[in-house]
Design a protein around this ligand. Sequence first.
Ligand SMILES: Cc1cc2nc3c(=O)[nH]c(=O)nc-3n(C[C@H](O)[C@H](O)[C@H](O)COP(=O)(O)OP(=O)(O)OC[C@H]3O[C@@H](n4cnc5c(N)ncnc54)[C@H](O)[C@@H]3O)c2cc1C
Length: 448
Amino acid sequence: MTGDRPKVLVIGGGFGGLFCARRLGRVDVDVTLLDRTACHVFQPLLYQCATGTLSIGQISRSLREEFEHHRNVQTLLGEAVRLDPSARRVTARRPDESQFDLDYDYLVIAAGMRQSYFGNEEFAAWAPGMKTLDDALSIRRRVFAAFEIAESLPAGPERDQWLTFAVAGAGPTGVELAGQIRELATRSLANEFHSIEPEEARVLLFDGGDRVLKSFTPALTDRATRVLEELGVELHFGVHVSDVRRDGVTVSPKDGGPSRDHATRTVLWTAGVEAVPFARHAAEVLGADTDRSGRIAVNADLSVAGHPEVFVIGDLAGRDGLPGVAENAMQGGLHVAASIRRDLDGRGRKAFRYRDLGSAAYISRGHAVLQVGPIKMSGALGWLGWGLIHIAFLTGVRNRFSTVGTWLATIARANRSDRSFILGGSGHPEEPYTWESPVHQGKRSADQ
Ligand SMILES: Cc1cc2nc3c(=O)[nH]c(=O)nc-3n(C[C@H](O)[C@H](O)[C@H](O)COP(=O)(O)OP(=O)(O)OC[C@H]3O[C@@H](n4cnc5c(N)ncnc54)[C@H](O)[C@@H]3O)c2cc1C
């Protein structure tokens, strides 16, 4: 590092931050890429990790390894916690709680969104979201452990509870998870148990709308619905999950009417997203508007009004027509890198134009839906398209080869090679053997 070149600080090594830093790797600037996990996670395949098909190593890549050959890009582990726009400084926290400061000439905020429980934070203790590797491993543990626990229980309501899985939210992630759990039960686990019949596992999918995969055309949605029903997923539309407990959920019809309880020991939450805490703080100190979910309003060039040196990209960028998809983040990252270059060359910036390259969702083995402009595919063709797209965008050549190999083995043998789960240490909020929330644990110690 020279020390006198412009300093670009990128917060977040997801799709937006990764593509921005990569493109700046050939520019005369010093880049610092700060991430709270030090790795890039390929979120679209998190559910395959959660349900035992892929390992966490196959869907993530160390940022340090990724930027090994970019001498002007330094990657740092830390969580941005404070922004001082007048000093152009960000304070970050290390995992040991100590802090350090990072100065910048340009700041790129690419910190993404986190799961939202719509103000019901207490649900999180029982219903993990699906945004991080921790989430995927937590879901894997809950799903596989549920079958294991059921195996040692006598037939009856308690066993049925463990063999019932509730998924909140019927967007792509909810659909993918629900389909995978049924597929797991009916294929991979079908002949492995002595006492239970895994095929009898119930998967309940809840959504406030009137169909699955709302962002797809009605024809593709209908197709996805049929496949899910054939797979045995029980679809419940027009309902909100209004309570989540240790042993069940309550769902309430959106248009009134009586609520209904469902007994289950596994609840998975994919229903909403909100800005990460740093983004809310950044918006406040930058004086930027936000929408209800905390996305930060940006100008046409993705900079923040009144702060041409600060950009917001990816899921956090709040501007009409910018969807929360990987393509938007990648294109935004490349655009911001180009804008910084143009600034350095004394040329004017251009407006960001998002090009919609389509979307895809996996339903089950041999079935996916794919929508690219006028082209719509489902069934085996959609499945093939889905696979090719995901492999093309997976980070790291090694990950691509190993994922294709694992998929082929899974297709051929129906087994899942990454089913191992860890139980964690005692005192963790998700106390493994009891699945109790911190609230319950606190009450229990007070009672003792
Ligand atoms: C389960 C799932 C499935 C999806 N499937 C698809 C799909 O099939 N197709 C598609 O196009 N999109 C899909 N998406 C959406 C897509 O993954 C996101 O749109 C994309 O990841 C957004 O990129 P980003 O760079 O804005 O944020 P992210 O990729 O979320 O990256 C944000 C990064 O910021 C880091 N970070 C957060 N806060 C801080 C902080 N304070 N300090 C430092 N670092 C921080 C995080 O660790 C993370 O690495 C899916 C998302 C999920 C969760």
